[in-house]
Design a binder for this molecule. Structure first.
Ligand code: SF4
Length: 320
């Protein structure tokens, strides 16, 4: 089984079974976010979930959340947002666009509402490795996650039969699921142990034969990165940004979760990034029309259209 269809099926399954915002492919580092990309993220709701959902369906720029722009008086974004002037203006612009800031008559901005810091609770990171026979750098990736402890739990998801030898090679706090992407059956082979996500961690930046580069990351820096990840997950979700522009492309459903890109010619879920004109079955056509927001709405605590706010038809746009 290829990783992409496995990941799609797992996301659909988690969306159907868990009370969490599900997203995929998000940076899981602090000093070097791109140094570790987490396959799947489950963000569990906290007490402020409804308040967050009422703000906007989109990701709020972190620089706007961390800025000195409050709900009261008007502020000039250039002085209230910690960024170079041009960037501060564009962050404010985006924050207005998504409804987190509003323009004031004085020409500045203020928050439309308080940001609920407690909107999310635990974050679970899932590393997908459908075939444990080709582990690649799996062990290093999991060691990075355990050492930094940015998420509260790390789980390895696989389709393979998991042997004792496999378990011995996987860092101890990492949980293991055996997941069948066809039936949606998930067996917990080993439960994950909680990681100290609220304490300082050590980020593994690189490893060479005689040298490992690391950085100590404070609890505060981790907390900020967790909020950033949760925000990205909230706006992004797991469904692909584009479906193939091919007459063979269809929209697939698993466990009631729709939006997986399916190819009738190959008879399987396909990665839109890897299919196109060079494929022998390619039949140029408009991509299937899908409203991603409509598919996602009501399946998780994410809300497509917060009350009183018009929904941007991002789903339709994205599927062009
Ligand atoms: S390009 Fe090939 S893989 Fe992609 S949808 Fe068309 S037939 Fe399927």
């Amino acid at each position: 089984m290829r990783e992409y269809p496995f990941e799609m099926a797992l996301c659909a399954h988690l969306e159907a079974r868990e009370e969490a915002v599900v997203a995929r492919q998000l940076g899981g580092g602090v000093r070097a976010p791109a140094n570790r990309v987490l396959d799947v993220l489950c963000v569990e709701p906290g007490p402020g979930m409804d308040d967050r959902a009422a703000l906007t369906a989109e990701t709020i720029p972190h620089a706007a959340v961390e800025s000195d722009v409050g709900v009261g008086r008007s502020r000039d974004p250039v002085t209230a947002i910690d960024a170079p002037p041009e960037r501060a203006r564009s962050v404010a612009e985006r924050a207005v666009e998504v409804g987190f800031f509003e323009r004031t008559v004085e020409g500045g901005v203020r928050r439309a509402a308080r940001y609920p810091d407690d909107w999310f609770d635990r974050i679970v990171g899932v590393e997908n490795k459908p075939d444990l026979g080709t582990p690649g750098d799996l062990r290093l990736q999991l060691r990075k996650d355990v050492s930094l402890a940015l998420v509260d739990e790390v789980v390895l998801a696989t389709e393979s039969y998991v042997t004792g030898a496999h378990l011995n090679r996987i860092p101890e706090p990492v949980g293991v699921w055996r997941f069948d992407p066809e039936s949606g059956e998930r067996e917990v082979v080993r439960a994950a142990e909680p990681l100290p996500s609220d304490q300082a961690g050590v980020e593994l930046l690189g490893e060479q034969p005689l040298r490992t580069d690391v950085a100590v990351v404070s609890a505060e820096a981790k907390a900020r990165q967790r909020r950033r990840m949760a925000e990205r997950a909230y706006g992004k979700g797991w469904r692909p940004d584009a479906l193939p522009a091919c007459g063979e492309a269809e929209v697939e459903e698993r466990e009631g979760s729709e939006g997986l890109p399916y190819c009738a010619w190959k008879d399987r879920v396909v990665d839109p990034a890897n299919c196109g004109p060079s494929c022998p079955g390619h039949d140029p056509a408009d991509p299937p029309k899908v409203d991603v927001a409509e598919l996602r709405d009501g399946r998780t605590p994410w809300v497509a259209e917060p009350e009183g706010k018009a929904r941007r038809q991002s789903g339709l746009d994205r599927f062009g």
